[in-house]
Ligand binder design. Structure first.
Ligand code: ADP
Length: 623
């Protein structure tokens, strides 16, 4: 039994008001999208019903899911009616009156206050139900869940809404739009047909136009992915993409495949143009939609794609899983495993094709999603080589462009044994690092990594294209040997004494000191031991709370040709020697992007050096 009750007035949440106002103003030039959004909601509600009916077939009753569009010229209303799952009173309040979805909150935080920029942002973001207020000055929603009393929700979009019980007995939702005086075009048959064809033709359920006493199905009513590829245009694919992502964005590329064999399934994978707000949140459920025999089973089936491909969107429809499949069942399921590994390969195919056919577009992809794709190097040993080929890298051989490992290998010098790289906190810091000097002098190219994840990437990527990777900042003998200059041995013996004193003066900070071949301009640098982690990695781990991540101390390398280093040989006084040693160490640490233990002391020591230099004293005497 359903009863009409006195309406209860409620205020929209503060954010909801803000969204409403923005939506109405910003989207006015695309006002027709309201129909796509409301039809999409109706279609989702029908899919939810189909799903719940799997466990409880009585829910479905006799009528198949459908969506009806009912224009009423006399009343000036357009009704979008579905026989889907419907909403209870609480659901109507939660879903239509508040902004629960975290994406919306983040969206609001991203707003700048600049109208033009914000309009663009709204375009990137799904606005869903609220788009009704672009064309309507009053919206009434009447809805009934099979297991709850019917609810009536009404608002003029000005800040408050009314909820009440109502006398709707059939299942589903009616959204009644009281169109603004100048929006009557949306009452016209031809306009509605045109919009349904444009935006909603791909939905797998009938959209029926009820007008002039007649009923007519005006869409194709066949699930998009079941249609033959040959008959589908780019616009069709883009329209379906908009339906599944709900964020108004566009797809960059897609792969649509029907697989017949041991396992039968159809997959439609999309590479979006833009990153979603939660891309970097690994906890956020990502993944693609799962259908079983055309029935929508779940959104974000994370079991179907690994986290490092979480930017992909799309769906899989298979006949080889039971209709009542649960998330638990998806885990450790052989069929799911097989589909997943096929989808990983398809995603990589898609990326490789894009990289080959449209390099500029591929670089845009890389800029948006490269750091996520790189996680694949760490997580998926089997695909490491393919992911490495897809990487785009900064390099000393290219000012601000990108290079590939293949470019690098093709340019390697005949005597060059390894692919050299350097990690730093930014591309600029990497490019100006003292560690590069010796490599530049030899004409060796060095790859420059500056994403946090790169520390892990290089630790997992031991070899690419048959060549080993080596850090330009490593103390490993073969790296040092690669850039060794002929006068190295002479310099080593000349500085033997100073090196011993340096090691003593910097006891507890360095493992040892040695003469460097790496440096041409800078006085000193720090290198990590051969098997030690990089100093930057140690810093990242320390920030993350690990007390002594490095394990071993770094090695201080000094440039024998640098005047400051030459001075070392002349200083007899242990205090003065210690000060200069500290300055060299602190400078090397700063050049690494590291933090000084006592910056004020460093400044005092450097100033003293400068003053002594200015006074042109024959010997620096530091206190
Ligand atoms: P989104 O669809 O992106 O979640 P909307 O603002 O369009 O955002 O809708 C908010 C919620 O309201 C939906 O998630 C759904 O729970 C509910 N809703 C909207 N339209 C309907 C409908 N026709 N039937 C049932 N529930 C609906």
């Amino acid at each position: 039994m359903t009863v009409e009750t006195t309406p209860e007035r409620k205020e929209f949440q503060a954010e909801t008001k803000q969204v409403l106002r923005l939506v109405i103003h910003a989207l006015y030039s695309h006002k027709e999208i309201f129909l796509r959004e409301l039809i999409s909601n109706a279609s989702d509600a029908c899919e939810k019903l189909r799903f719940e009916a799997l466990a409880n077939p009585a829910l479905m009753g006799g009528d198949e899911p459908s969506i009806r569009l009912i224009p009423d010229a006399a009343a000036g209303t357009l009704t979008i009616k579905d026989n889907g799952i419907g909403m209870s009173r609480d659901e109507a309040i939660d879903n239509l009156g508040t902004i629960a979805r975290s994406g919306t909150k983040r969206f609001l935080e991203a707003l700048s206050g600049d109208a033009a920029k914000d309009a663009q942002l709204i375009g990137q973001f799904g606005v869903g139900f609220y788009s009704a207020f672009i064309v309507a000055d009053k919206v009434i929603v009447r809805s009934k869940r099979p297991d709850a009393d019917a609810v009536r929700w009404e608002s003029d979009g000005e800040g408050a809404y009314d909820v009440a019980g109502c006398d709707k007995s059939d299942r589903g939702t009616e959204v009644i739009l009281h169109l603004r005086a100048d929006e009557k075009e949306f009452l016209e048959d031809s306009r509605l047909r045109q919009l349904v064809r444009k935006y909603s033709d791909h939905l797998g359920l009938p959209i029926v136009l009820e007008a002039s006493g007649k009923e007519e199905t005006i869409n194709r009513a066949q699930a998009f992915w079941t249609r033959p590829k040959a008959g589908l245009t780019d616009e069709d694919y883009q329209a379906f993409f908009k339906h599944i992502v709900h964020d108004g964005g566009e797809a960059r590329a897609w792969a649509h495949n029907k697989v017949e064999g041991a396992i039968e399934y159809t997959s439609l994978l999309y590479l979006p143009k833009r990153a979603s707000f939660d891309l970097y949140d690994r906890e956020q459920r990502a993944g693609i939609q799962l259908y079983v025999k055309r029935v929508f089973i779940m959104d974000k089936a994370a079991e179907l794609l690994p986290p490092w491909l979480r930017f992909m969107r799309g769906l899989v429809d298979t006949a080889d899983l039971p209709l009542n499949v649960s998330r638990e069942l998806l885990q450790n399921n052989r069929t799911v495993e097989q589909i997943k590994s096929a989808l990983v390969k398809r995603s990589l195919d898609l990326l490789e094709d894009l990289a080959a056919s449209d390099p500029a577009s591929y670089l845009e992809f890389w800029n948006s999603f490269g750091t996520v794709l790189k996680e694949g190097i760490i997580e998926e040993v089997g695909q490491r080589a393919r992911v490495a080929k897809l990487m785009r890298l900064r390099s000393t051989a290219s000012a601000d462009g990108w290079v590939t490992f293949a470019d690098y290998v093709a340019r390697m010098k005949p005597d060059q044994k390894a692919i050299y790289y350097l990690t730093a906190d930014s591309a600029a810091a990497a490019r100006n690092s003292p560690h590069l000097e010796g490599f530049t002098a030899k004409g060796y190219e060095v790859l420059l990594f500056s994403d946090r994840i790169d520390e892990w990437v290089v630790n997992h990527l031991h070899e690419v294209e048959g060549k080993p990777l080596a850090s330009a900042a490593s103390a490993a003998d073969d790296v040092a040997a690669a850039i060794q200059t002929p006068d190295h041995a002479a310099a080593e013996s000349a500085f033997k004494d100073s090196l011993t004193r340096l090691t003593q003066a910097l006891d507890g900070k360095i493992a040892s000191a040695r003469v460097s071949s790496r440096l041409t301009d800078s006085p000193a640098c720090l290198v990590a031991g051969e098997f030690g982690i990089s100093l930057r990695m140690a810093r990242i781990l320390k920030q993350a709370g690990q007390p002594n991540p490095l394990g071993t101390l770094p090695i201080l390398e000094v440039n024998p040709k640098h005047p400051l280093v030459e001075r070392l040989k002349e200083i007899a006084d242990p205090g003065a020697f210690g000060d200069l040693a500290q300055v060299l160490f602190d400078q090397a640490l700063l050049a690494e992007g590291g933090e000084l233990e006592d910056p004020a002391l460093f400044v005092r020591r450097v100033n003293k050096l400068i003053i002594d230099g200015l006074a042109d004293k024959p010997k620096i005497i530091l206190s």
